[in-house]
Write a protein that binds this ligand. Structure first.
Ligand code: SAJ
Length: 397
C-alpha cells in the first residue's frame, strides 16, 4: 500500500520511517525544501534516539522518499502543526492547507487520518474542505482522528507500543483506520468517534499539566514550611491512590504547556481549573527567578550558574522551555554574571554556553533547572560553600 505522510516533523518523520520499515511505500511531504533534501540524503533533521538509522535504512531501501507535494496514495496521514496560544486561540491553517493539498489526489475508498493534536470538530472540518474542493463525501473517503501520543526521547518505541485512540467520522472510517493501525501498532486500539478522540488527546495533556501544577504548588507550600517537597511527595505517593508528579522550574515543551489552551479557548468560562493550572505552572518560573535574585543579593557581583536550558532532561529541545526564560530573565536583571550550562548543545545563538566544570569552579550561586544526567554526578564537594537552588531535585549538596 502507498502512504502519503504530510508534515515530516517530530511526529511525521518517525511515523513515516516506521511505516517504511514495515514495508509500506511512503511518500513524505514537507514544505521546507531543506528538510526534503536532508531526508532524501538519508538523514533525520530532528534529534531523536535511533531515528537517524531508521531513516537511513528507509531511504536506502527506497521505501521512504520525501517530496514537496502530495500525490496519489491509498492512505493519507496529516502530521502538521496545530499551534495555539493564550492570545490567539487555535491556528488550523496548516491542517486546512494540507487538506486542500491532498484533495485533488483523493479517490473513493481512501483513508485520511489526522494525527495532529486538534480541537474538537477539526476532523469534520477536514472532511468539509475535501468535499468542497474535490466533491468527495465522508461516505466515499474515510476520515479519522488518531491522535499521536509519543513522548519525545522515546518516540520510536511509543509509536509502536502505545495504546491508540482511533476515532472515525463514520463507523466505517473507524474500522478502516483501525485496520491500518493494527499493521504497525502493538498496543491496544481504542475505537470511538472523531470528536471524542480529539477531546481525549487534549484531556491527556491537560491532566498532566494540572497534576504538575499541584506538585508546583506543593513546592511553594513546602518552601514556606521549610520542608523537602520531594520527600513530601514521595511519602504521600506511597498511598495506593495518590500519584503526584514532580515539581520543577515550570512546564515546557510544545504539548503540555500548549494544548490546555485548546480547551480553555473552547469553553473559557468552564475550564477554570485547567486555566489555573497554566497560571500556577507559569508562576513557578517567575518564582524561581525571584528566589535566585533574593538569594544572590548578599554578593556584590554574584556569579550565577544556570544548569540546563532544555525543556526536560536529556534532550536538546528548547521549545517553550522555562529554563530558557529563567536564564534570560536573570541576564536581563543585570545583577552580576550569569553562566549557562547545557551539556546537550554544542552552541546556542543567544547564550554563550559555559562548561559544567568551569561554571562549578566559578559560581557563587548554582541554580539547577533541568535534571540532565551529568548534573546527577556533581559531587557534594563541588557545591560546598555555594548557594544552591535546586528546582528539579538533581543536586546532592
Ligand atoms: N514535567 C514536570 N514534572 C513532571 C513531569 C514533567 O515538571 O513530573 C515537565 C517537564 O520538565 C517538561 C513538561 O513538564 O517541561 C512536559 O514534559 P513531559 O515529559 O510531561 O511531556 P512532553 O511534552 O514531552 O510530551 C507529552 C506527553 N503527554 C503525556 O504524557 C500526557 C506525550 O505522551 C504526548 O505525545 C506529547 O505531550 C504530545 O505530543 O502531546
Amino acid at each position: 500500500k502507498r502512504i502519503c505522510v504530510v508534515g515530516l516533523g517530530y511526529i511525521g518523520l518517525p511515523t513515516a520511517a516506521v511505516l517504511a520499515s514495515r514495508g509500506y511505500d511512503v511518500r513524505g511531504v514537507e514544505v521546507n525544501p531543506k528538510v526534503v533534501e536532508t531526508i532524501n540524503a538519508g538523514r533525520a533533521h530532528v534529534v531523536e534516539p535511533d531515528l537517524d538509522i531508521l531513516v537511513q535504512a528507509a531511504v536506502q531501501t527506497g521505501k521512504l522518499k520525501a517530496y514537496g507535494e502530495p500525490a496519489e496514495a491509498d492512505i493519507f496521514m496529516l502530521c502538521v502543526p496545530t499551534p495555539v496560544d493564550e492570545k490567539h486561540g487555535p491556528d488550523l491553517s496548516y491542517v486546512e492547507k494540507a487538506a486542500a493539498g491532498i484533495a485533488e489526489h483523493l479517490k473513493p475508498g481512501n483513508l485520511v487520518v489526522l494525527e495532529s493534536t486538534s480541537p474538537p470538530g477539526t476532523t469534520e472540518k477536514l472532511a468539509d474542505i475535501v468535499e468542497q474542493a474535490a466533491g468527495l463525501t465522508r461516505e466515499q473517503v474515510h476520515f479519522a482522528h488518531a491522535p499521536e501520543r509519543v513522548l519525545p526521547g522515546k518516540i520510536l518505541r511509543e509509536v509502536v507500543e502505545n495504546d491508540r485512540i482511533v476515532g472515525g467520522l463514520t463507523d466505517a472510517a473507524t474500522e478502516v483506520c483501525a485496520e491500518f493501525y493494527r499493521t504497525f501498532v502493538t498496543g491496544e486500539l481504542l475505537l470511538t468517534h472523531s470528536r471524542l478522540a480529539e477531546m481525549a488527546k487534549l484531556v491527556e495533556n491537560a491532566y498532566r499539566d494540572v497534576n504538575i501544577a499541584f506538585a508546583n504548588e506543593l513546592s511553594l507550600l513546602a518552601d514556606d514550611l521549610d520542608l523537602d517537597v520531594r520527600e513530601l511527595i514521595r511519602l504521600a505517593n506511597r498511598h495506593p491512590r495518590v500519584n503526584i508528579l514532580d515539581p520543577g522550574c515550570g512546564v515546557g515543551g510544545h504539548c503540555i504547556a500548549v494544548d490546555p489552551w485548546f480547551i480553555i479557548h473552547q469553553s473559557p468560562e468552564k475550564s477554570r481549573l485547567i486555566r489555573m493550572a497554566r497560571e500556577v505552572n507559569c508562576h513557578k518560573t517567575g518564582w524561581v527567578v525571584q528566589r535566585v535574585l533574593d538569594r544572590a543579593e548578599r554578593f556584590k557581583r554574584p556569579r550565577i550558574a544556570c544548569l540546563g536550558l532544555a525543556y526536560k532532561p536529556d534532550i536538546d529541545d528548547l521549545r517553550e522551555s522555562p529554563a530558557v526564560d529563567i536564564a534570560r530573565q536573570l541576564i536581563a536583571a543585570q545583577v552580576g554574571e550569569v553562566m549557562v550550562v547545557e551539556p546537550n548543545l554544542a552552541e546556542h545563538d543567544e547564550f554563550r554556553l559555559t562548561s559544567l566544570d568551569e561554571a562549578l569552579d566559578r559560581a557563587d550561586v548554582v541554580v539547577a533547572l533541568v535534571a540532565h544526567r551529568p548534573f546527577h554526578k556533581i559531587s557534594p564537594a563541588r557545591l560546598a560553600e555555594k548557594i544552591i537552588i535546586d528546582t528539579c531535585g538533581v543536586l546532592h549538596p
